[in-house]
Design a protein around this ligand. Structure first.
Ligand SMILES: [Zn+2]
Length: 454
């Protein structure tokens, strides 16, 4: 048994009762939180390791509900392109990956998430399946080596997409069955699998129904994109041969429910919002990425008013050029206010919950992470509040949402294991990884035929 004590910080539990301790402690026993409260209430007993967090804020790790870490090598390439043209540039880069490139891209993505305080993430894998290696194995190995809490959702592409990325439903089913058998719940339930289509028009109705049956059989969640632009609905209508909205299609094929996560939603009608709310389908919002492509504001307030559970996400590191969930919180509030014309459309406390406890509920990790409470997993971050851009910290929740940045995170623990200490990664040589990633990214871009700016 190993015990670690976070001692003397300001502890923001983000639990249901809103407990906040000015001079608090968090005691971790193995992978779980044993005590959260004031310093003078700490149970007596020996402690293996004490971290002095005086002057810091201690809070639960953030939940990044949707990303594409394999796209990290395309960061900063094509930020002025429209979404579909941007994809046409990004996808050949991943086609040039070998196993080393996939592993390094994923490890870099995990490191970036951890250093931003994202202790949990959902990786919606975008990858072809070339002969020679299985991308998912490289992804899961990187997640294992990084120590992050992660769900891997390999994005299924059944038709109407680049040939190297598409595969038969049978192949996809066999792969997800094997992966789930080997990895789902691995590493003390840090690692999980999910399934679902990458894009809605790459499926037909039978594929949706069979994917739902597969998820039911395996006991895993469904993770997929929403209609990100109005163009998506035109593509759905063309490829399905009828004028049907995406959420109506999901309802028809049984792909709504509390185990379904719909990411990157933008173009959605009031009827679709009602269907999501009635079925308790979960939504993952990525406001910075919506703005990145200039496709419009995410309609956050209709979801909130309908009672939909909402998590927050960054989307992939090439899609908004970062993995900073503090940025997503701020943009969520700003875009909700602007879309509704009401500064109270989304308050800071709710945005914080969407990045923590509500985000955990959105991806099926409730009761495991998302707040600091005895019995929950020890996924904990600390932030340095003593900085000009956070002073004076009069309202800590508003400061976190509107003023803080991912780079304010100092220490990161996942599953009781300290991974980042004072912004230094303890599980790898960071500068060696950055050098390796730069070299591999240049090679992949070159093979993809992309002329890099000087
Ligand atoms: Zn996405």
């Amino acid at each position: 048994m190993t015990t670690t004590l976070f001692e003397g910080g300001r502890v923001l539990t983000l639990d249901a009762d809103g407990n906040d301790y000015q001079d608090g402690c968090v005691l971790v026993r193995d992978d779980r939180i044993d005590y959260v409260g004031p310093r003078d209430g700490l149970p007596a007993g020996p402690v293996d390791r004490t971290l002095d967090v005086g002057g810091k804020l201690v809070m639960p790790g953030l939940v990044n509900g949707h990303t594409h870490l394999s796209m990290v090598f395309g960061r900063t390439l094509g930020p002025e392109k429209r979404l579909m043209q941007w994809l046409d540039q990004q996808l050949p880069i991943i086609e040039a990956f070998d196993e080393e490139a996939m592993y390094v891209a994923q490890l870099l993505g995990c490191l970036e998430n951890l250093k931003n305080g994202n202790t949990t993430l959902v990786e919606n894998l975008v990858a072809p399946h070339p002969p020679g290696y299985t991308p998912e194995h490289a992804v899961l190995q990187a997640m294992r080596d990084a120590g992050v809490r992660a769900t891997l959702a390999p994005g299924f592409l059944g038709r109407n997409f680049r040939p190297s990325y598409t595969e038969s439903l049978d192949l996809q089913a066999r792969r997800i069955i094997d992966l789930t058998h080997d990895w789902h719940g691995a590493d003390n339930d840090r690692l999980r699998l999910a399934t679902g289509p990458l894009l809605p028009w790459c499926m037909d109705e039978a594929m949706f129904r069979q994917t739902r049956a597969l998820a039911d059989d395996l006991g895993i969640t469904l993770h997929m994109h929403g209609a990100e632009t109005k163009e998506f609905h035109a593509l759905i209508a063309r490829h399905f041969g009828r004028d049907i909205r995406q959420v109506e299609l999901l309802a028809e094929t049984g792909c709504l429910g509390p185990d379904v996560q719909l990411a990157a939603v933008y173009d959605i009608s009031p009827d679709e919002v009602r269907l999501l709310a009635e079925s308790d389908t979960r939504v993952l919002l990525d406001p910075p990425t919506r703005l990145f492509w200039g496709t419009g504001f995410p309609p956050i307030h209709p979801f909130l008013e309908a009672g939909v559970t909402c998590g927050l996400a960054t989307n992939g590191p090439a899609a908004n050029c970062g993995q900073d969930l503090f940025e997503s919180m701020k943009y969520a509030c700003a875009t909700a206010k602007t879309a509704k014309g009401d500064p109270d459309a989304l308050d800071a406390a709710r945005a914080l919950r969407m990045a923590t406890s509500e985000g955990a509920l959105a991806i099926g990790r409730e009761g495991q992470v998302g707040s600091l409470a005895p019995g929950l997993k020890a996924d904990i971050i600390t932030l340095d509040l003593h900085q000009p851009h956070l002073a004076p910290t009069l309202d800590v929740r508003a400061a976190l949402v509107y003023s803080a940045r991912g780079t304010d995170v100092r220490d990161v623990m996942v599953d009781g294991r300290l991974l980042i200490e004072d912004r230094r990664a303890l599980f790898l040589d960071e500068s060696a990884l950055l050098e390796q990633a730069g070299r591999l990214a240049r090679r992949c871009a070159r093979e993809a035929g992309i002329a890099l700016p000087g």
